[in-house]
Design a protein around this ligand. Sequence first.
Ligand SMILES: [Cu+2]
Length: 263
Amino acid sequence: MKTLPNRLPPQIAGDNFAESELKNRCLFMKTELLAALALIGSASLVSAADITGKVVLKGTPPPEITIDMSTSTDKTCGAAHSTPVTTRHYLVGKDGGLANVLVYVKSGLEGKTFPATANEPVLDQIGCIYEPFVMGIMVNQKLKIKNSDPTMHNVHATPKINKEFNTAQPIKDQVTEKSFDKPEVPVRFMCNVHNWMYAYVGVFEHPFFAVTDKEGNFKISGLPNGKYTFEAYHVKTHRDGPGVSKEANVSGDTKVDFTIELK
Ligand SMILES: [Cu+2]
């Protein structure tokens, strides 16, 4: 940057303005440059990788069970569906891809802390079914539990590590906010009014988790490079046990696939 000769006094007001304006602009450019350099520096220090993969089910799962809502005294549930509703134990897509599997970093992040993200995911009750069936949240992240039905639900979380709660939601569009302060995979949700209603929520100390889609695919974004153990947990297969784990050295975007075998 060329400095302005300041030994010569400005002759007119216009010159004076031009000089200070130029100084300001130079200062601004310098600040911008420093900010850009800082960004480049931090990006190279905490390079973040996307972990993608597929969870495949090996073996033939038992058929789903039809949920007969007509047995309930609550007729609003059955009326909400025009086709039979079944359990969602094993949703298998193309090439054996298994849906509703919680995939997450099980170890490798020790000593690091991650504050709960500000977004508030929704666990909905619609047509007397929890939606989604499986989801993940962070420790202390606010979870919105919603009743979209014109009937009463009784949201009952039955964790083993976290604090149990049991909340009636008698009004349509009622929302109750809850959170869990300890990691737990999974926290089971049921409804004390409709005995077929279940949902499973994984609670994690970090944001590196995902739930497989209907083709069994998942994506975990923004994981710093490092050595990790990943876990794929499926409610019906793994129940109270651990899921399937896999170690991976992450250096940039990495593919991690899992096979869950029925015994
Ligand atoms: Cu219910």
